[in-house]
Ligand binder design. Sequence first.
Ligand SMILES: CC(C)(COP(=O)(O)OP(=O)(O)OC[C@H]1O[C@@H](n2cnc3c(N)ncnc32)[C@H](O)[C@@H]1OP(=O)(O)O)[C@@H](O)C(=O)NCCC(=O)NCCS
Length: 169
Amino acid sequence: MSASLPKIALRITTQWRRFEQLSSAALYELLRFRQQIFVVEQRSPYPDLDGLDQAAWHLLGRADGNFAAYLRLLPPGDAMPAVRIGRVAVAAAMRREGVGRGLMTEALGLCRERYPRQPIRLSAQLHLARFYESLGFTATAAPYDDFGVAHVEMAMSPATTLPPECLSP
Ligand SMILES: CC(C)(COP(=O)(O)OP(=O)(O)OC[C@H]1O[C@@H](n2cnc3c(N)ncnc32)[C@H](O)[C@@H]1OP(=O)(O)O)[C@@H](O)C(=O)NCCC(=O)NCCS
C-alpha cells in the first residue's frame, strides 16, 4: 500500500511497508532514523532492535526524497490482543508542523480498516500524553521510567470515535 495524502502536513509523502517489502536500503534508513532520534537525541540507551519489526507495518514518511517521519504498527497476536503503535518520530527540523498528528491519523485509519475490533495501545512519552488524548487515547496505568524517559501506557477502545481525518479514504 502506498499513499500521498494532503492530510499529512507540507510535502510529506507516506508509504506503508511490511517488513518483507522493505529494501535493505530502506530498512537501514529507518533503523538509522530511529537510532538518531530515540537513542542519540533522547540520550536513551534502549534496545531499539527488539525483534518485533519483522511482524510490523512500517509507515515511512519522506520529504523531497529524504527520510522525515516514521512509525510502526504491531498487529494483534496471540500474546497481545491489541494493535500497538510505536516509534513515532519526526525529523527534528520538521516538528510542530502537524506531521506527527498526520502520521498518527494515518496509523489510526489503518487500524480501523484492518483491525476494527481490536483496541489500540501505545506507550507514550509522558509529556506527549495530551497529544495522544486528543486522538482518543486514555492512560491505563501510572507513569513509569523506560531507560531514562518517563512513559505512560495508553489505550483506545474499538468503540472510540476517531477524529474525522482518520477515516477519510
Ligand atoms: C513527538 C513527535 C513525533 C511530534 O511530531 P510533530 O510533527 O512535532 O507533531 P505535530 O506538529 O503534529 O504536533 C502534534 C501535537 O503534539 C504536541 N507536541 C509536539 N511536540 C511536543 C512536545 N515536545 N511537548 C508537548 N507537546 C508536543 C503539539 O502541541 C501538537 O498538539 P496540537 O496539535 O494540539 O497543537 C516529534 O516531536 C518527535 O519526533 N519527537 C521525538 C521522538 C518522540 O519523542 N516520539 C514520541 C514517542 S511516544
